[in-house]
Design a binder for this molecule. Sequence first.
Ligand SMILES: NC(=O)c1ccc[n+]([C@@H]2O[C@H](COP(=O)([O-])OP(=O)(O)OC[C@H]3O[C@@H](n4cnc5c(N)ncnc54)[C@H](O)[C@@H]3O)[C@@H](O)[C@H]2O)c1
Length: 265
Amino acid sequence: MGSDEKRVALVTGAGQGIGRGIALRLAQAGHHVVINDVVADEAVTDRGAYEVKRTIEAAGGGADVFRADIASRDERAAMVEFVADRFGRLDLLVNNAGVAPKERKDLLEATEQSFERLMSINLEGPYFLTQLVANRMIAWKRDGVVEAPRIVFISSISAYTSSPARGEYCVSKAGVSMAAQLYADRLGEYGIPVLEVSPGIIETPMTSVVKDKYDKLIAEGLLVTKRWGVPDDVAGVVAAFAAGHLDYSTGQRIEVGGGFGLRRL
Ligand SMILES: NC(=O)c1ccc[n+]([C@@H]2O[C@H](COP(=O)([O-])OP(=O)(O)OC[C@H]3O[C@@H](n4cnc5c(N)ncnc54)[C@H](O)[C@@H]3O)[C@@H](O)[C@H]2O)c1
């Protein structure tokens, strides 16, 4: 398969929310999308990973579902093998899958169990999935199979914003932010750009449980752009990166937060 064949993107946690938005946008831009999620039931097509596949195909695009838990070493490896066997190439990896703590608990009481769960899904998962993928991308680029492989990490404003009621989430996302910088640094010599995209308050199933709290904060002026973000706001940045418009910004973070991070007086 030569570099002029259809580009392939792998999006983790793409069965709903931000990952779904990214998958749809990349498919529109002509990628064949591998939709990864830990939840994926072929019999369920009105939501989840198979709904995303169906929607992409209905619009004339191409997609596969690969069920895997990114926190599992074996399942990460199986997913990369699947991509290698089926396509022999990967043009874009989007490390999107992530979870919030099951229960928001104060820093002085939160459990080691929750900390370890978040570290393994939010940080260890993307860190080591990227290691596997990066080694493949280096070889595929060297062999002329892919022209311009790229990697995205979806972090969060929580990487640099203290929320003591979910400290383990903040620490995991700060780790993701550093992982993006490390891979950008290491992969520079191979010409593989890496971008960190840091969403603010985005309307997804993850944030539906804290809707009233954020509605109030937004109404009170927390953001410059006075609305919730939507998955397509994040997907737009990923699509611009996938199209090669941000390659010289490797290692940088782009916040998609409606001005959340702006210092204001
Ligand atoms: N929604 C927001 O406001 C917001 C803000 C900042 C960052 N983020 C980050 O964006 C990413 C997506 O968030 P979202 O709001 O769409 O979340 P979501 O919970 O709506 O969707 C996440 C998807 O990831 C899947 N997933 C969970 N654990 C997985 C695992 N171990 N392996 C594979 N898939 C797994 C879930 O099944 C789900 O389909 C996360 O990393 C999240 O931390 C979200």
